[in-house]
Design a protein around this ligand. Structure first.
Ligand SMILES: *[C@@H]1O[C@H](CO)[C@@H](O)[C@H](O)[C@H]1NC(C)=O
Ligand SMILES: *[C@@H]1O[C@H](CO)[C@@H](O)[C@H](O)[C@H]1NC(C)=O
Ligand SMILES: *[C@@H]1O[C@H](CO)[C@@H](O)[C@H](O)[C@H]1NC(C)=O
Ligand SMILES: *[C@@H]1O[C@H](CO)[C@@H](O)[C@H](O)[C@H]1NC(C)=O
Ligand SMILES: *[C@@H]1O[C@H](CO)[C@@H](O)[C@H](O)[C@H]1NC(C)=O
Ligand SMILES: *[C@@H]1O[C@H](CO)[C@@H](O)[C@H](O)[C@H]1NC(C)=O
Length: 523
């Protein structure tokens, strides 16, 4: 099984050149020596033989030195050449790439010292454990708080808290129903079968939780809690007007704000949401798209051997905030990049296990986000690169955000390079220096990539725990407002959400490449 792919350009070029020059000289010396031995067989034989051997050895040493020098010179030209074109690229072989044995993996991933997880990475892990464990630990504490007679809340001030307190004081499950409506638009409604009220329970209360996904104003007007999914573009004025007194609102988004500013309450409504759930780490509930589970440490991480250099997978070609496809096309003239998906030339069905293993055969993955928004770091980095076992080359959020929110020394950010040439040089360097390349997997000793509790994406799946977590968060905020300060910190929702990544603040250059969106109008 051939492993080291021939895309290793530098190693294949010099071989023929070298075998001509010094090789020829070497042969001549041996020839002369042999002739001399045949004609004069006397006392000087030993001396002659030593000279020959010594000369041969000297030639070998010189030859070796010459090889090294040539390689060095070639590596110099390599970096001086403007944009070395890709040669010797190995096309995707359409066959099973499932690892057959331990030999299919690199022998050892280097250990980097001082590799530390940032506080944000640890915090995200903690939130996810909290949601998933659904622990009993604070149940008695909450029950006790709820049955404190002196802290009674008015129904009109906080419907949720009132009902929970009332039920706790009566210590009975009858007549206590908490209604939660998830408001979203058509595309979201199509993805769920829960168009009726479903029932569940939380450990800290006897109340019954009823949840529905819908769009109905009648449902809206009998719900204690309303969760608004982003891109819900109803007339906000009428919603704010018909909002029940004491009804709690939750903001929920998996997407970046760049997709549709018309979908949020206009400026004049301030911040009507009591808590937020999003990928932003300052949200009240921020479980991340993925997170690093530090309880699953891998002492001896395994990474599949690489046969190919770089891949890009995308299906969203046009609807991006920067000219992502053009950018990749430009890079392709300098580096061998295989492109998959609707925007590429190769096909690799997302659902197939083999497709993921095929991705793991690449050294680098272009994990380019469709928008440049703070902290917007999606599965392109987490799953499609880190979990699969390839090094992500990232662009989107600022580098500092990646450093705060992802495992240490796990990515290459394009902001690090002033020119494409610098970038290419660095990729070539890592390509040739296996140790340096494999250091990008050292973080694997610190934890395992896991899917975050991405909240209410699949409305039929595991909603009990996450709903209880949302209710618990609302409850704690109602009792101790200082514990969840997002709403207070952002009195105008619109300014927070749309202010953080407006279209006019998107970068127009990456390295020395122009990435402004070109209009597709043919004249
Ligand atoms: C790979 O092979 C399968 C079946 O052998 C075929 O259906 C598929 O189209 C092939 N894909 C490519 C990219 O050639
Ligand atoms: C509530 O009722 C249950 C049984 O229905 C009982 O075990 C529990 O002690 C009661 N709690 C309080 C605070 O009265
Ligand atoms: C709201 O969404 C609907 C359907 O997606 C669309 O037709 C309508 O134009 C949108 N309204 C606004 C104000 O954006
Ligand atoms: C929820 O938000 C609304 C709108 O800002 C506010 O009037 C209400 O007091 C908040 N409720 C709680 C419990 O924070
Ligand atoms: C992107 O735009 C081009 C040109 O307008 C069009 O031909 C192509 O179908 C679009 N691709 C997608 C995936 O929307
Ligand atoms: C949603 O969850 C249900 C139940 O766990 C599962 O059968 C279904 O495939 C999921 N749907 C999606 C789109 O993930």
């Amino acid at each position: 099984m051939q492993r080291q792919g021939s895309y290793l350009i530098a190693q294949t070029v010099p071989v023929n050149v070298l075998s001509i020059g010094p090789g020829f000289m070497f042969h001549s010396v041996i020839l002369e020596g042999t002739m001399y031995m045949n004609t004069t067989m006397n006392v000087k034989t030993l001396w002659t033989r030593m000279t020959i051997v010594g000369g041969a050895l000297l030639m070998i040493v010189l030859f070796k030195a010459y090889v090294e020098l040539r390689l060095y010179l070639i590596s110099l030209t390599y970096s001086e050449n403007k944009y070395v074109a890709a040669v010797g690229r190995v096309p995707y072989r359409n066959e099973t790439v499932r690892p057959q044995s331990i030999d299919d993996y690199y022998e050892y991933i280097p250990e980097l010292e001082d590799l530390k997880l940032s506080p944000d990475v640890l915090k995200t892990a903690a939130v996810n454990w909290d949601i998933k464990s659904d622990s009993d630990a604070d149940t008695s504490w909450i029950r006790k708080m709820l049955s404190n007679k002196r802290a009674r809340t008015m129904f009109e001030a906080n419907r949720l808290l009132y009902k929970l307190q009332d039920s706790a004081l009566r210590n009975s499950s009858t007549d206590c129903v908490i209604k939660i409506l998830q408001m979203c638009r058509e595309s979201c409604l199509q993805r769920t079968s829960k168009h009726f009220w479903t029932r569940s329970k939380c450990k800290f209360s006897n109340c019954r939780i009823e949840m529905k996904v819908g769009n109905d104003l009648a449902d809206f007007q009998q719900s204690d809690v309303v969760i608004f999914h982003i891109a819900y573009n109803r007339t906000w004025a009428s919603l704010v007007k018909t909002r029940l007194p004491g009804q709690l609102w939750v903001f929920h988004s998996k997407e970046a704000p760049i997709h549709g500013p018309q979908a949020s309450p206009p400026r004049e409504f301030g911040n009507p949401f009591n808590i937020s759930i999003s990928y932003m780490s300052e949200s009240d509930i921020a479980p991340g798209y993925y997170y690093l589970d530090t309880e699953q440490k891998d002492k001896d991480p395994k990474v599949l051997r690489k046969e190919k250099l770089m891949l890009w997978v995308a299906s969203n070609c046009n609807d991006t905030s920067w000219a992502r496809r053009d950018f990749v096309q430009e890079l392709q003239t300098y580096l061998p990049i295989d492109t998959y998906g609707l925007c590429g030339h190769l096909d690799c069905p997302r659902s197939e296990k083999e497709c993921w293993e095929m991705r793991g055969q690449y050294k680098f993955h272009l994990a380019l986000e469709n928008s440049q928004c703070p902290e917007y770091i999606t599965e392109k980095l987490w799953f499609n690169s880190l979990a699969v076992g390839t090094v992500p080359i990232v662009f989107g959020a600022p580098k500092a955000d990646y450093e705060r929110l992802t495992p240490p020394h796990s990515f290459i950010h394009l902001d690090d390079f002033k020119t494409v040439q610098e970038f290419i040089d660095y990729i070539h360097l890592l390509d040739r220096d296996q140790q340096k390349y494999l250091e990008y997997f050292s973080w694997r000793r610190l934890g395992h990539v896991m899917k975050g509790s991405t909240m209410l994406t699949n409305h039929t799946a595991d909603n009990g725990k996450i709903l209880c977590f949302i209710i618990r968060t609302l409850l704690i905020k109602s009792l101790f407002p200082e514990m969840y300060q997002w709403q207070a910190r952002h009195p105008v929702f619109y300014d927070w959400w749309y202010g953080m990544c407006r279209e006019d603040t998107q970068k127009t250059r990456i390295m020395d490449i122009d990435v402004t969106m070109k209009t597709d109008i043919a004249v």
